[in-house]
Design a protein around this ligand. Structure first.
Ligand code: GNR
Ligand code: NI
Length: 171
């Protein structure tokens, strides 16, 4: 098990459309373990594989509060089958550090995915879990939450993050 480095905006892998997982083998199982450890260490409620530099359709989510037993959800090749309602959630992202903004999402979603045993699962969700599912599936499609906010805020945030990246690469 290992905590992996998390890739940050504007790294190009975050804009890539991730490829489906073809076979759930030991390398995938190891990657899932490392992603879970990385998410819990951050801490975060979700993590997509491209956030650790791997452009595969794979994500982990755990929205249980810190004082409750862990409940890891592994999503392989997830798809949204249906979505309804609207909600606004104050979102953050481990790849967009020090930034939170309100994002409009669907309030309820139904998703289909494979679990680590390769079984096809369907799950309905609302609240934070529904938001996290939409946020992670967006990552797999190369979309960040800042792509879903107003253009003025988006430009300001991207400018700030690019500046920060430049400063970090100079020291
Ligand atoms: O840890 C995270 N918290 C969060 C809060 C509101 C909406 C979405 C998220 S996901 C984020 C972790 C992350 O960046 N996953 O890709
Ligand atoms: Ni994110």
């Amino acid at each position: 098990m290992a905590v992996l480095p998390i890739v940050r905006f504007p790294h190009p892998v975050l804009k890539e459309k991730a490829k489906p997982v073809q076979k759930i083998d030991d390398s995938i199982r190891r990657l899932v373990e490392d992603m879970a450890e990385t998410m819990y260490a951050a801490p975060g409620v979700g993590l997509a594989a491209n956030q650790v530099g791997v452009p595969l359709r794979l994500a982990v989510i755990d929205v249980t509060p810190a004082n409750e037993p862990k409940n890891l959800m592994v999503l392989i090749n997830p798809e949204i089958l249906s979505a309804e309602g609207e909600c606004t959630w104050d979102e953050g992202c481990l790849s967009v550090p020090d930034c939170n903004e309100e994002v409009k999402r669907n309030q309820k979603v139904l998703v289909r995915f494979l679990n680590l045993d390769g079984e096809m699962m369907e799950k309905g969700a609302e609240g934070l879990l529904a938001v996290a599912l939409q946020h992670e599936i967006d990552h797999l499609n190369g979309i960040l939450f800042i792509d879903r906010i107003g253009p003025l805020k988006r430009r300001l945030i991207k400018k700030k993050l690019r500046k920060k990246e430049n400063e970090e690469s100079r020291d």
